[in-house]
Design a protein around this ligand. Sequence first.
Ligand code: NAD
Ligand code: TYD
Length: 356
Amino acid sequence: MILVTGGAGFIGANFVLDWLAASQEPVINLDKLTYAGNLETLTSLQGDARHIFVQGDIGDSALVSRLLTEHQPRAVINFAAESHVDRSIHGPGDFIQTNIVGTFHLLEAARGYWGDLQGEARAAFRFLHVSTDEVYGSLGPGDAAFTETHRYEPNSPYSASKAASDHLVRAWHHTYGLPVITTNCSNNYGPYHFPEKLIPLMIVNALAGKTLPVYGDGMQVRDWLYVKDHCSAIRRVLEAGKLCETYNVGGWNEKPNIEIVHTVCALLDELRPKADGTSYKTQISYVKDRPGHDRRYAIDARKLESELGWKPVETFESGIRKTVQWYLTNPGWVANVQSGAYREWVQTQYAGQEAA
Ligand code: NAD
Ligand code: TYD
């Protein structure tokens, strides 16, 4: 049995679905169900005894300790976080609370549980912390990609809170011996991605005939990884990663934002052409830039490849096609998200923004 936190979010839910498709080992899924948690993503697991869902906060030490004692998992995989940079700019409080204070309480509960384990169970236990490349800050155009030894230089409240959580995880190993491993991954995309992040927002807005808001000049670079490749990397790290090591996860797919938006438009032009024959590109609108917007992220994933033999399966071309097709064939999932808090959020973020 493993304990997954944040398993109703984008990556966590993909991880749970992939895990149970490949293994009989049960999952306890602890998720607070914030705006980003969506149980509809997990409907295929209804009635499946291998999936135990618990609504709760990683910061609730009593709850986490009880779950650990009752279910005796061999690992905790911590996906739970506030994860959207734009939201962290509007309201950083929840990011500090969940990403820093919540991780602290989770680590303490895990330490208490692990401390009582004996023999084989104690030796095998792992606390795997899922983090981001954003902790390393922003790269210049000619800079080498982030390696695991790159200095931490977080620039947004989100990345600073994730950096703090990474430091706590490291310290809980060095001080208390807790068997931890951290992964730092680049931008993910794929099915079940909440439609306030770049790729799903562009797909959903394009289909709705709305503008496609590109921040600043659209030349910010992100390094994109298909979510199922991130999930396979985490499984591999859990299986064979060395204690207290960090592993960068990425797909060698650096792209400027505007190129991503053009690719999404071109795929929609092919798969769902507009009735008037125009391209979805005509809906692109340049808007005011994000404050403190990091210019470029790029991951050097050679350590994970050479030491653990992990490689991504999807190219950007295959992954983005699958993603666009997924959104086209799952309009119900999107509609249900949109009928919730999503609408209010979109209003706060884009209302009153003039073209840059
Ligand atoms: P997400 O926002 O889609 O999901 C986060 C999940 O955590 C939600 O289900 C939410 O309900 C839950 N949650 C939030 N606060 C909680 C709390 N206090 N207790 C319990 N559950 C809580 O995020 P995601 O994109 O799936 O990211 C998952 C993890 O991966 C995060 O830690 C994020 O920092 C990291 N990461 C994300 C990306 C990316 O591109 N999305 C890239 C690298 C790393
Ligand atoms: P996002 O999906 O929010 O991920 P992150 O900020 O963690 O990288 O944004 C990806 C990139 O797309 C980032 O450079 C900001 C940009 N962006 C836009 O240009 N327009 C948008 O509407 C959004 C949501 C993001």
